[in-house]
Design a protein around this ligand. Structure first.
Ligand SMILES: [Zn+2]
Length: 348
């Protein structure tokens, strides 16, 4: 099969399209014919550049963390999915044996493997995964949208519902509201009955947050974020901040936007990751800063059910054939596309 292989870290030119042996499903495994896989700033571009080595990457690597497609082969013992089923691949494969997994908290697995990071990913014609690491797709959901929704929406449910304990009627500020995770922060917060402020770094990206359902928007590069949030909430502040930027200039403003007993949930650091934390403000206002990542099976089921009802949308900026993988990486390196860049290996 054709696959993108990274043999050494470097520029987009190290993405080598090669003929490699077709994967063969072992017991309990399926092989999926890939129809869509997204290209991500951290888990594709960063991995290829060599800035994500701390994740335990071994080269050579076939990248691509969120493939979706059609089941092409199944190993011994696989009851479901069946050959011909449309599925999304779940990128984080829990070990099933660590103390967290044994306690049923697979989202907190201590030794999980990530598709496209620790094992061959979806930038290929076929990908092999455990059958349990797939989810059936609603009929009307495109493969491109399925890849993006399965990757981000369940984490938005985990962070907002489980970690932040969001209740209907509460206020939520979503940072990076047009981004991969942020765009689902907006949609899931609305689904849970919250009032939502979309925060983003440009007017165009604030407008995307509003289009996705946010009630208000703030361009935090042009305006003082905390002042604007206090104006919108009539001096009260928001109950929850949904954060995955960790930009040192903006993060303190996001924390200052919280109401008393507010919660800031975070699952990302692509804006830097080291920020100033005003401890006096934290304890005076009884705030909580909560980290989270991954998702539980129930978060995934809820995300797919919402997608089947047409209540979750994924913005797709562009779909390219697998052979244009280097161009896809360059687009992400040199611009901020309004939506995801998708590779479709069935297009060549
Ligand atoms: Zn585990």
């Amino acid at each position: 099969m054709k696959a993108v292989v990274i043999h050494e870290y470097g520029g987009p030119e190290v993405l080598s399209l090669e003929d490699v042996p077709d994967p063969v499903p072992g017991p309990g495994e399926v092989v999926v014919k890939v129809h869509a896989v997204s290209v991500n700033r951290v888990l594709d571009v960063g991995v290829r550049q060599g800035t994500e080595k701390q994740r335990g990457i071994t080269l050579p690597l076939i990248p691509g963390i969120d493939p979706s497609g059609v089941v092409h082969g199944a190993g011994i013992g696989v009851v479901s999915p069946k050959i011909g089923d449309r599925v999304a691949v779940l990128h984080r494969i829990p070990c099933g044996a660590c103390p967290q997994c044994e306690a049923g908290r697979t989202s907190d697995c201590e030794r999980s493997e990530t598709v496209g990071i620790h094992r061959p990913g979806g930038d290929a014609e076929f990908v092999k995964v455990p059958a349990t690491s797939t989810i059936a797709l609603p009929d009307d959901l495109s493969f491109a949208e399925a890849s993006v929704i399965a990757r981000h929406a369940p984490t938005a449910f985990l962070l907002l519902e489980d970690r932040a304990g969001l209740k209907a009627g509460e206020w939520v500020l979503v940072m990076g509201a047009a981004g991969g995770l942020g765009s689902f922060g907006v949609q899931v917060a609305k689904l849970l009955g919250a009032q939502v402020i979309a925060g983003a770094g440009s007017d165009e990206r604030v407008a995307i947050g509003i289009e996705l359902g946010a009630d208000h928007g703030v361009n935090y590069r042009r305006f003082d974020l905390a002042e604007e949030v206090m104006r919108i909430t009539e001096g009260r502040g928001v109950d929850v901040v949904f954060e995955n930027i960790s930009d040192p200039d903006i993060w303190p403003q996001a924390l200052a936007s919280l109401a008393r007993r507010g919660r800031l949930v975070t699952a990302g650091a692509h804006g830097g990751g080291t920020v100033a934390l005003d401890i006096r403000h934290l304890y005076h206002e009884r705030l909580r800063v909560i980290g989270g990542a991954g998702y539980r099976r129930e978060d995934l089921d809820r995300a797919m059910a919402a997608a089947a009802d047409g209540k979750l949308r994924a913005k797709i900026a562009q779909t390219l054939p697998l052979s244009e993988v280097a161009r896809a990486h360059r687009i992400i390196e040199t611009s901020v596309p309004a939506g995801k860049i998708i590779l479709d290996p069935t297009r060549g």
